[in-house]
Write a protein that binds this ligand. Structure first.
Ligand code: MTE
Length: 323
């Protein structure tokens, strides 16, 4: 399939990462970790990195090699738009949040895995990055507000995190939480929102090939406004499922009430799969505005990813799969 890339983004041939260089960088990072060169031991048994306050976590790992299984037919959205046209209610509901989000400190960044797992874990983001295979994927992002983008994410398949967590067979969902810190995130002082931002997937969704934990975009570590240092990306669902700046993954047998569901369940449900034929109660979902070109284009069921995910939703009568 054709991939068009706008001139601004494509890496010059010379700076593209070959497989060899990529694996060599990972080997060095792991060796440094093993030799204790980057800090003290943590619960995972891996060393904790002592990093400069503003160094982006794992920045030596970028850019990662692209996984060509995930193709797009629209041009990538300009990087400037991807990093300025954001939703991040922790920092406000205006379109200047990319500036406000710079207050977020992403190093050190602790991630907790708990709940129905063999053994709860807590680790620094760098330790996680040393244990998972980073790759680049081009995905469409469809927001429930009926706009869309095409974004080159860097990250790793969420199934890798599930593997690390070793959930008990009784676990059915994984619940994700964003950081909570009113001192840096003024939106969290707005008591009418059910902070922290919480999202959830079934284990089957979380281990689907498409479910991705993104740590970067455009071949670089994740900008803060896009959810550094770790965010969910589920491209077949509306964008609000893709929770940003995650600190906790809790495995459970109870379906969580998610952030937006708690606020307006009839508008933003648990499943939130994209479907042009199921309108939002206040607007149509039949088309979307491509933020890059400004054009209105038809929306596709599961945002065009049905071949990967439609099977997940067979025989689920009574579930509002598309809200
Ligand atoms: N995650 C958190 N923690 N807070 C938010 O406000 N907004 C969601 C989602 N993840 C949001 C969030 C919404 S509504 C969308 S459309 C996407 O992030 C937007 O991601 P982007 O800003 O990287 O385009």
């Amino acid at each position: 399939m054709l991939i068009k890339r706008p001139k601004g983004w494509e890496l010059p041939e010379a700076s593209a990462t070959s497989e060899n260089v990529y694996h060599e960088r990972r080997r060095i990072l792991k060796a440094m970790a093993g030799a204790g060169l980057i800090g003290s031991t943590s619960l995972l048994g891996l060393p904790r990195r002592l990093s400069a306050e503003d160094a982006a976590p794992g920045d030596a790992l970028y850019p990662a090699a692209r996984n060509d299984r995930y193709q797009v037919t629209r041009p990538l959205t300009d990087e400037r738009l991807v990093t300025t046209y954001n939703n991040f209610y922790e920092f406000g509901s205006h379109k200047e949040i990319h500036k406000a989000a710079q207050k977020l400190k992403t190093s050190p960044w602790r991630v907790t895995i708990d709940g129905m797992v063999e053994k709860p874990l807590e680790f620094d983001i760098e330790e996680l990055l040393a244990r998972v295979p980073l790759e680049e994927r081009l995905y469409r992002l469809r927001c429930v507000e009926a706009w869309s983008m095409v974004i080159p994410w860097t990250g790793f398949p969420m199934k890798e995190l599930v593997k690390l967590a070793a959930p008990l067979s009784s676990a059915q969902y994984v619940v994700m939480q964003t950081f909570e810190d009113k001192a840096v995130a003024p939106g969290q002082k707005q008591f009418w929102y059910p902070w922290p931002y919480t999202e959830g997937l079934t284990i089957a969704e979380a281990t689907n090939d498409l479910a991705f934990l993104a740590t970067g975009l455009y071949g670089r570590p994740m900008p803060k406004q896009n959810g550094a240092p770790l965010r969910l990306v589920t491209p077949w669902k509306y964008g609000f499922k893709s929770a940003k700046s995650l600190v906790r993954f809790t495995f459970t047998d109870k379906r969580p009430v998610t952030f937006w569901e708690a606020l307006a369940a009839s508008e933003y449900g648990f499943w939130a799969n994209v479907n042009p034929e199921v309108p939002h109660p206040r607007w149509s979902q039949a088309t979307e505005r491509d933020v890059g070109s400004g054009e209105r284009i038809p929306t596709q069921i599961y945002n065009g990813y049905g071949e990967f995910v439609a099977d997940l939703y067979q025989d689920m009568p009574g579930e509002k799969l598309f809200t």
